[in-house]
Design a protein around this ligand. Structure first.
Ligand code: GLC
Length: 744
């Protein structure tokens, strides 16, 4: 949809709006201007057609019928007074028809180029039906796996989330709007939504400004600098001011400090919800508060349509302010090239053309590649994986997610189709030679059930097989918006099923499909290998089968920390050191405490008495069929003057038997700061293929600007001092060295 003659980032210096846009504005009546600020539910009703004809609607949401959209655009451009086309919005979060892994899984690939390709495909498929705006990427920093929307995020780290968010923006929009089938992207939910108390959705957030600036802002600032066309305000109450009524966020930070030139859309009815929050006392007050805060377009609720004219009449806002919002929206429509499309009254595409638009083979291959790279190997005792199918007579496949093309698509797939989704059972049937029998049993009706009627069949399958593949986890409904969990064990009777299958004594490969980290510690000793597939999308089955059978090596790395217990949450790698850090020496388990021990006798450290202080799996962790040894971490200097780049070199050898890609991660620690600094911070990473027996020398160039942080005075600065640096295949590493940044 983006046309090259309009190629221009929305977020560079304030745009000089085109003559066409300025002329259009000069002709608009107030009711038409307010119309541009309104997004309504799309449908094929005469009422909506009439509203569009009268110029009362600037955008529709959640309509995907190609002919309905063609008709609405035709009415908007041929039957209304000014012929302004519609923005057509849809949540194309991780695919439209071809579904890619959930964003948390995509983050686990640590492959931004592939994420960008996937977004480009999603935009192409969505644009085919007439969608020209997606409400993605969701770049909320998420440290709480109880929160269902962690599935939509890129996890806990600001750098990884920033890089993945920018990749998605560029994929959807095209590099600087060059992609002809590109659609506008939306950075959401600004800001801090992932810090919802107790992991309950829509809940209160309290985030100090320094934490906002150093942790939660960076992905949004990166998206803004990358030219993301729109922002979305969050539902959440941030320090007493819900984002949709928060002028500090939307004006002081976004407009003035970041010079953002795109437009802001509210989240679904979040303007009307200001009254429910108790920030406003009426819809009119909500409209004034949100508009004054800087929300340009209202999603679905109608406080703007109902009240802006009155507020203008009462001189509580100016027409000039309304004009600024209208111009931002018209400017995007022009960048999208919407004014240059003829919009026939019905979509002329043949049904064959439509079929070819979706599920193209090369697109399905990208979906498979991304699923392959997003799977994380968490455990592989006795090198059970990869399976050598030639040495096997029978494989037992068991579990409620082993043959379910719908559930593996994951949350937020409005338009994905089960029929196109290939489950693990079908993929194994396609891959395995005839010499290997595939025995199958569902084991449990679904992931939540307490009914164990199907377990006996599963036990029989295990007993008649050489090895068992258990495919368990969460149905897609158990994550995503409003789908939060207070416990994070495998739901239902899945633990019990594992016990029953383990009792047969067969080797077990556990494949988990889930929308979040789960507390797996209780089951790890009962299985040999654990492969975490998130919800892997349309091509999840073939990808998992390839990994299990050794066609490819797992290479995913965790974008989020896995807790041992829910009680450890929030637990994340880039935590502060505290004054009494948890160490092996300092920490005790309550089972080891002698009776009647006095209060201050043992273990005075930042830990719990009933679990080890470390996570179950750390951020950046992931095993491989390769085995990587890191040595010779060397810097070009020890002391750097302000502004000097730090050149890092490391040697990595694959001492394993398999060629494999490794995600090599570079972390730093700023030992002393004017505010306390995290014990580790990811700064760069590289995904590199290293063949078996080979070694590679890897170079990083760390710019000092990457060491900057918002200090005690809220200034973004590098502070002189000593830094530790690590390079490894996870955030837990012993290969370290240090350098000094000297004072100016
Ligand atoms: C939802 C979500 C938001 C989504 C919007 C439109 O409530 O919070 O992420 O884009 O409404 O569906």
């Amino acid at each position: 949809m983006f046309t090259s003659e309009h190629a221009h980032s929305l977020n560079s210096v304030p745009p000089r709006y085109s003559d066409r846009i300025n002329h259009l504005l000069s002709k608009m009546h107030l009711v038409e201007k307010v119309g541009q600020l309104s997004q309504v539910m799309g449908n094929n009703s005469e009422e909506l057609e009439q509203d569009v004809r009268q110029g009362l609607v600037g955008s529709v949401i959640n309509e995907v019928d190609v002919n309905t959209l063609a008709k609405l655009q035709h009415i908007a451009t041929h039957q209304s007074r000014l012929g302004i086309p519609l923005l057509v919005g849809r949540d194309v979060i991780h695919g439209f028809k071809t579904i890619f892994p959930i964003p948390l899984g995509q983050a686990a690939s640590w492959d931004p180029e592939l994420v960008k390709k996937a977004a480009k495909i999603a935009g192409k498929e969505a644009s085919f039906v007439g969608i020209n705006w997606t409400f993605a990427p969701m770049i909320d920093i998420s440290r709480d796996p109880r929160w269902g929307r962690i599935a939509e995020s890129f996890g806990e780290d600001p750098v990884l989330s920033s890089i993945m968010g920018v990749a998605m923006v560029e994929g959807f929009q095209g590099d600087n709007f060059q992609n002809p089938s590109g659609i506008a992207a939306c950075a959401k939910h600004f800001v801090g939504y992932g810090a919802s108390e107790s992991g309950r959705d829509y809940c209160t957030t309290n985030i100090p400004e320094n934490e906002l600036r150093n942790i939660y802002f960076p992905p949004f600032k990166a998206a803004a600098d990358a030219g993301v066309a729109t922002f979305m305000s969050s539902f959440s109450d941030l320090d007493g001011l819900p984002a949709s009524g928060n002028k500090w966020l939307m004006d002081s930070i976004l407009r003035k400090e970041w010079n953002y030139q795109g437009f802001v859309v509210s989240d679904w009815e979040s303007i009307a919800q200001l009254q429910i929050h108790g920030l406003t006392e009426s819809p009119e007050h909500s409209a004034l508060t949100a508009f004054d805060a800087g929300i340009d377009m209202e999603m679905v609720s109608t406080t703007y349509r109902q009240n802006l004219a009155t507020l203008l009449e009462n001189k509580q806002l100016s027409e000039h302010e309304i004009d600024q919002s209208v111009l931002r929206i018209l400017h995007l429509k022009e960048k999208l090239g919407l004014f240059d499309i003829d919009y026939p009254i019905e979509d002329g595409q043949s049904s064959d053309a439509r079929k070819q638009a979706f599920y193209a083979n090369e697109d399905l291959d990208v979906a498979k590649q991304l699923a392959l790279k997003s799977c994380v190997l968490l455990q592989n005792k006795n090198r059970t994986l990869p399976l050598n199918s030639e040495a096997l007579n029978a494989i037992g496949l068991i579990g409620p997610l082993a043959d379910d093309g719908y559930e593996q698509l994951g949350t937020w797939i409005f338009d994905g189709e089960e029929e196109a989704s290939i489950p693990l059972k079908q993929a194994l049937e396609n891959e395995l030679s005839r010499s290997v029998t595939l025995n199958y049993a569902k084991g449990l009706q679904n992931t939540r059930t307490d009914n164990i009627d199907l377990v006996d069949d599963a036990i029989k399958v295990a007993q008649s097989s050489d090895v068992v593949i258990l495919c368990l986890g969460e149905e897609s409904f158990l994550s995503g918006e409003a789908h939060c969990r207070a416990e994070l064990d495998l739901p239902g009777k899945q633990h019990w099923l594992i016990e029953q299958i383990a009792a047969t004594g067969k080797p077990i490969v556990l494949v988990i499909m889930a929308g979040r980290p789960l507390t797996l510690e209780p089951i790890l000793n009962m299985v040999d290998s654990v492969l975490y597939a998130w919800h892997p999308g349309t091509m999840g089955g073939p990808a998992i089968a390839d990994l299990i059978l050794g066609e490819s090596s797992p290479s995913g790395k965790l974008p989020v920390t896995f807790p041992r217990k829910v009680g450890q949450i929030p637990i994340y790698y880039n935590q502060k050191h505290t004054g009494k850090p948890a160490t092996e020496e300092q920490c005790i388990h309550m089972d080891d405490v002698p009776e009647r021990s006095p209060q201050t006798s043992l273990g005075m450290a930042a830990t719990h008495l009933d679990t080890h202080f470390s996570p179950l799996y750390e951020f950046g962790f992931g095993l491989s069929y390769g085995e990587f040894e890191y040595t010779h971490l060397v810097l070009d200097k020890h002391s750097y003057a302000p502004g000097e780049s730090i050149n890092v070199k490391v040697t990595i050898k694959n001492v394993g038997r398999y060629d494999a890609e490794e995600v090599i991660q570079l972390y730093i620690r700023d030992l002393v700061g004017s505010v306390t600094r995290p014990v580790k911070e990811l700064k760069q990473f590289k995904r590199v293929l290293i063949c078996a027996g080979k070694e590679a020398v890897i170079y990083f160039k760390l710019e000092q600007s990457e060491l900057a942080f918002y200090n005690r005075n809220m200034q973004l600065e590098v502070e002189a001092g000593t830094f530790h640096v690590w390079v490894s295949g996870s955030s837990k590493s012993n290969l370290t060295t240090e350098f000094i940044v000297t004072k100016p």
